[in-house]
Write a protein that binds this ligand. Sequence first.
Ligand code: F6P
Length: 344
Amino acid sequence: MRIGILTGGGDCPGLNAVIRGLVLAGVKRYGYDFTGFLDGWKGVVENLSRPLTVEDVRDQVAVGGTLLGTSRTNPLNDPAMVEQIKANLTANHIDVLAAIGGDDTLGVATRLAGMGLSIIGIPKTIDNDLSATDATFGFDTAITIATEAVDRLHTTAASHHRVLVVEVMGRHAGWIALYAGIAGGADYTMLPEKPTSLVDLCAALQREYGPGRKNYALVVVSEGAELLQQEGHTTQDESSDAFGNVRLGGIGHRVAAAIEKATGLETRDVVLGHLQRGGVPSPADRVLSTRYGVFAARMIHEGQFGQMAALRGNRIVAVPLAEATGETKTVGEDWISDLELLNA
Ligand code: F6P
């Protein structure tokens, strides 16, 4: 059997470890051949591919990024592209396609599986916002980087008695902000799931100042968070990608300016941006990614098409792709009420 692999959407630490796990298990256990499509769905549409051997993947467990490249090409925007995908899979003698991606990439996989193509999915995203799985790979690395940044900002904020605002990724779901805010001991964490009142935010920060207080404060803000005084999300410009995602970013700067204006406290902001996605995966992500890859080979062997590898508790299981991509997994009320306690 010949298996095609693609990685789509934003890159993510652990992609190469998944590819490695899938190729090693596929070749050694089942005797499969592998073809890697380059740059996500674009590579399948334009027939850009390379062979993937055990030698190609052997040393990839700790390498960040994706050796296949990635893009945000959305073939569903054009019926001709879908036909091209079908033709190129046939031309390359691909029996099964393994799509490694987040909600956009796997949303395409869900639709193509519905059209009868033999596709499986593997859940990638630093945002951890895919449903039907307890965790996506890449999230642990992102929160490790974000938490280290918050830890480091404590000392400079304390030295200058400043407020420091740290903007982290998280478009519709605030998982990175939530974890980095809790782990980093932030004084206030802003999530996309619940707009923040400037009055509440400033009151919380001012409580950290005064005789006997620590006299500095840290705020973690998700890029998709909203200040109640503003309308909608803060975007970098009007552009959006092929999946209709606008370019978020800039909320940290606006929050910092609003805090300084309202309180008179000297405030600075830091945007972590793509630092959260670059570089080596954490040990936990290397292990999770490897498990996803090895399990994906088993799913192919068992003919579990239209399914996605998912973490449930400590087990990897197969779940319908449609279940994973139907709804964004956002931070729930239970988490938010605990966070409100910490924000107070
Ligand atoms: O990978 C998901 C994500 O990290 C989002 O949190 C963020 O909005 C987006 O990617 C930005 O990606 P890019 O700059 O590559 O378009």
